[in-house]
Write a protein that binds this ligand. Sequence first.
Ligand code: SF4
Ligand code: SF4
Length: 457
Amino acid sequence: MITEFKEREAINLLKKLKKKTCVCYSGGKDSLVALDLSIKSGISDVVFCDTTIEFQQTLDNIEEIEYFYGINITRVSAPRPFFDLVYDMGFPTRALRWCCKVYKFSPFEEYARKNGIQAYITGLRKEENSKRKSYKMDDKNHFFNSNQINPILNWSEDDIWTYIHKYNLPSNPLYDLGFKRIGCWPCPFKSREEWKLIEKNFPKKYVLLQKTLKNILKDCEGIGIRDLNDFITNFKWAGYMRPQNTELKGKIEVSSKMTMIHLQNFEQLERVKNVIPILSKDFEVVRNSIIIKKKLRRQSVKILTEKAINCVGCGACVALCDSLRLRERHLIVDKETCTSCSRCIKTDKMRGACIKRNFSPFRYTVASCQDKLIETKDILLNPSSRVGLIRTRKSLEIIEEKFKIIAEIKKTNELLIINNKEFKAFAYKSKGLVEIKFCPKNDNLEKVMNYYRKIMA
Ligand code: SF4
Ligand code: SF4
């Protein structure tokens, strides 16, 4: 009875939609119900975001659904498969979740933009996640320009199965194996029970995951990882907040009449030259420098330059705009069509404006005079200096306490300057965490990072 009321309520909502709408089908039970209700309401544009780490059963289910409803489902994906990209980005964890942006949000955003989609239907339910309590049936998600329609938001799990059995819908056979949720098989949000099911039913996948994690995390032993085998086999990796190391590759100078970007090598210069029209079309290249004949916002120049020199071709930002493209995993812009709207260097949609720049274990940086390090000491003005960056949840007070045993510490406005024979480090608050930048004095970054590991252990 209750299901029938909810069914009518959902169909009424979907029938009233005037906008160009599509359904996002994931292969799970909830999206199956949302899809069935949509088809009954006359909406048959269906999109599946293939994350390249789907179970074969899910891919087979997509074909079965096409046959069942007599429809074609559009598959969208990213340029690089997960198990290739992961070596550049690091393995996604609950704290560093970049995979949804690359494999779901961006490919879908591109599809929606290219096909004039104004609303998309999901199978989200409040019951699944406390964050969804505030969601509405006709809602907005800040990642997308189109409206998010959630017709089964108030349905319970029982409602979902009752509906599926009532209409004999082709549900994913993974549920018969005991899985409660469908999705990417190496997802860091999986429970221990789900990992056990994977080990039992898909042993090859399980071994691939363990091998990949070992390869990726082998250099992190000592940085929050005591025993790598235990870390992997007991799923501790899924909550790991890996530190990010940086290497300085250049600097930015801004004066009242011009902006200059000095870079270390020709390859990086070419990369930045290919995107600089986003900020200004009036520039020239002199040796290792790009000279732009106007004053630009320092932060925008830094973000764009770092995007260009770090790009590994994940495709996430390219999906946002037709003027952006990838050439051999490098970002390029079509200067004829780019309107310099700067949307691609805003950090709200994709933190850091670039997935690689923000989430990977290593990134190239350029210094600007506002950089706290440069302001404090011109130790980094040599662009070849290597800097180690650690992000930690520990407070500045704890860091001070730990380091005062081995180093002299000065405190200035929320900034700790930690100095000893081997290194100088700067610790400060950043986006809810504390960042510590280590500058080795004898060009031995590894030794310095070992200091950190010992002291913070
Ligand atoms: S610039 Fe960054 S977000 Fe854009 S494609 Fe390259 S790596 Fe991905
Ligand atoms: S988002 Fe705006 S600034 Fe970026 S490439 Fe597209 S048109 Fe140019």
